[in-house]
Design a protein around this ligand. Structure first.
Ligand code: NAP
Ligand code: 8YV
Length: 323
């Protein structure tokens, strides 16, 4: 602590806007990664908050006896061991809502790119092939007449569904708990939904309960006209099973913004003609990333100034203990 200002540790990369704002209220300190071996005795005894864009494992939380809050950049906080933080009485915050519409826009763009092959068509034009070789090939797939199943119908899933309504497609969803007051068909099992739809959009968090749930059986159920879009987390899809399904025509195509081992994308997916691939850009506009950055800092400010975080994750609903 210097000048009575809380010390906030930033391990590894962080949005420049967070870095610009932190010194106005806090004393920011930096290490290269969330590795307990990099924590000096001085840091261990003085850090009361962490701002992170990445992973915070249990062992790292335990390195800081005075830690009160971890402010995570992103709505998905699968990288932060929130269960362990809860046991230690450490609050965890994320950045919900401010990115919902941006990510829903991305999901629709990726769906259209995958079905109609627009990025490939643009390359055809840019490479001069329109002039040299003539018109670009007709897309074998269309969005017309499709039934879209959303795996996840939370903040972002619902925003995707609202956009899909305007496209005139049928809409279904799978969640553990049905949502009240919606006209979309709810399926209590993922396989049941996969059997009923020909297009699946994955927008669930990356948790133990979703890990590799989009597996060979689910892809088989989606069928040969099937299109899989993943804008949730790479861990939800069995990437090897998906690659095999795309290679053998078990499903028709896939659009992926997220991968099992980012930023590494398997060569087998890169070379397939029936994939549309994005480098995890769901929320990646300057305006939306600014809003996310502000919410990271605003959570820290609210915690230390009012004793309550703005957007705590469900595992850590508690308020600040006053000394
Ligand atoms: P949210 O509001 O918490 O919604 C999560 C949805 O997933 C809920 O409908 C929930 O319903 C469902 N769900 C959770 N576990 C499930 C399970 N085991 N089986 C079936 N359904 C399950 O979250 P959100 O704000 O929409 O964000 C969703 C996720 O999108 C984030 O966690 C993040 O991983 C991802 N994301 C990606 C990007 C990107 O750049 N690509 C950007 C932002 C977010 P039930 O609880 O009823 O099952
Ligand atoms: C961010 C995301 O790109 O919010 C999320 O869950 O996946 C994205 O918006 C990511 O969290 C930033 O590291």
């Amino acid at each position: 602590m210097s000048n009575g200002r809380p010390r906030i540790l930033v391990p590894g990369r962080m949005s420049q806007r967070v870095l610009d704002r932190l010194p106005k209220t806090f004393e920011p300190v930096f290490i290269a990664a969330a590795d307990p071996e990099l924590v000096t005795a001085d840091l261990a005894s003085s850090v009361s908050g962490i701002a992170v864009q990445g992973k915070i494992p249990a062992g790292f939380i335990d390195a800081f006896p005075k830690l009160e809050i971890i402010a995570s950049f992103g709505v998905g906080y699968d990288g932060v061991d929130a269960g362990h933080a809860a046991k230690r009485g450490v609050a965890v915050t994320n950045t919900p809502d401010v990115l919902t519409d941006e990510v829903a826009d991305t999901a629709i763009a990726l769906l259209l790119n995958t079905v109609r092959r627009f990025p490939v068509a643009e390359q055809w034009l840019r490479q001069g092939r329109w002039v040299k070789d003539g018109a670009f090939a007709l897309s074998p797939l269309t969005l017309r007449g499709r039934t879209v199943g959303l795996y996840g119908l939370g903040r972002i899933g619902l925003a995707i569904a609202k956009r899909l309504e305007a496209f005139g497609v049928s809409i279904a969803y799978h969640t553990r708990t049905p949502r009240e007051g919606l006209a979309y068909t709810h399926y209590p099992t993922l396989k049941g939904m996969a059997e009923a739809v020909d297009t699946m959009i994955v927008i669930v968090p990356g948790t133990d309960s979703t890990r590799k749930t989009v597996n060979a059986e689910v892809l088989e159920a989606l069928g040969p006209q099937g299109v899989l879009i993943n804008v949730g987390r790479g861990t939800t899809v069995d990437e090897a099973a998906l690659t095999d399904a795309l290679q053998r025509g078990v499903i028709a195509a896939a659009g992926l913004d997220v991968f099992e081992n980012e930023p590494h994308v398997p060569e087998a997916l890169l070379v397939l003609p029936n994939t549309s691939l994005l480098p995890h850009v769901g929320s990646a506009s300057q305006a939306t990333r600014n809003a996310m950055a502000d919410l990271v800092v605003d959570n820290l400010v609210a915690w230390f100034e009012t004793g309550a975080a703005l957007t705590p994750v469900p595992e850590t609903p508690f308020k600040r203990k006053t000394a």
